[in-house]
Design a binder for this molecule. Sequence first.
Ligand code: NAD
Length: 445
Amino acid sequence: MKLTIFGTGYVGLVTGACLAEVGHTVVCIDIDQRKIDKLKAGVIPIWEPGLQPIVERNVAEGRLRFTTDVEDAVKHAEVQFIAVGTPPDEDGSADLQYVLAVAESIARHMPSYRVIVNKSTVPVGTADKVQAKVEQILAERGEQIAFDVVSNPEFLKEGAAVGDFLKPDRIIIGTRSAKAQERMRELYEPFNRNHERTMFMDVKSAELTKYAANAMLATKISFMNELANMAEIVGADIEEVRKGIGADPRIGYHFIYPGCGYGGSCFPKDVQALGRTADQIGYEAPLLKAVEAVNNRQKTTLFAKLARHFGGADKLAGKTIAVWGLAFKPNTDDMREAPSRVLIEALWGAGAKVQAFDPVAMDETRRIYGDRPDLALCGNKYSALEGADALAICTEWQQFRAPDFEEMANLLKGKVIVDGRNLYSPNRLEEDGWQYFSVGRPARQ
Ligand code: NAD
């Protein structure tokens, strides 16, 4: 089939590349000329494992191309995907301006029937807004052209996006139109070979499913963080508690890791947006508000632990803190809403210097913060430790899991680790003379 994807960010580019990989002929369009120039030159603008070879192969074989030409993109295919950003508006609700701008572009140029597939994460009711926008533009054009609006939320995870897309747990399609269903079934046919993964439902349920999934996952994290903070106070070990509850199959082990809070481009904004939807419909949703509040507080926990260790936030002035991990999670360079940023900015606020290392997010850090005297971006995890008063760990990259503690002790000024991901054994580190502070496990000093 021929397909068009609007937006070449994490979702659009992965969607476009993977749909080309299974044999469709895909045009990816973006308004960001620099992004398209890079893609045309074979440079992938994001760091996503496995994406580069798929893009290269499909471009070479003529199934994938990039453009900024709207007319070309709309004319190319009957099925048009919207995969643009839906960032939080000032009040936290999803900003739909980019989605509606694409709807307008499609409506301006569509010569015949189109299936407009919304892959962006959008509040319930957005399909109706897209429908109204397209109808308005077609009326302005004086044309009567049939079209369908479909909700097809995306569940890929950054860092594992290609695998998630090619082997999805489920494909959610929201539409009641038989014609659109037929097109969507054909499009996703290659993903349903082993077993049927596609679920058809009404548009609103599909839109809500995406928020429900992210809010549920965020709730699990905030719940564990709440418990972790209590465990610290009462002298229990949250890691033991985690194993204890995970053994219950009704709870399970997935996604119940305590830490320094969730970040990224999805959980924070989606939980917030769902909360704003509740406000707009006049429904009180205290649980959603609490998930967000607990997470915002949890992002300050590493700074609080450092401040406590050094005898107060004011004592951090002039100190140097090494930070391992800047991305919001491993295997991505995405730093949107990353807990590392809350820590680093609080350290700067207190007059401390930061020596940071991340395996892939160094360029992104430079892009966000630029050159500043209180930030040293280091070439590897050990050089970040040189002369630092303490180490703080924000991201659980594999290469941080079993470091050479002797070398670390030689490089650091103080044998102090504040670990936001519970990577090490408190007993072992404390036996070796470290002062080790993790999340939800009592410090044994
Ligand atoms: P992104 O910011 O990485 O990319 C969005 C792209 O859309 C940008 O390149 C931007 O230039 C482009 N764009 C904006 N307006 C455009 C227009 N009129 N025409 C063409 N291109 C346009 O965003 P993302 O992370 O890919 O997320 C896209 C959507 O998917 C969001 O709603 C997000 O919530 C959702 N989502 C994201 C993830 C994820 O892990 N990143 C996972 C599932 C769902």
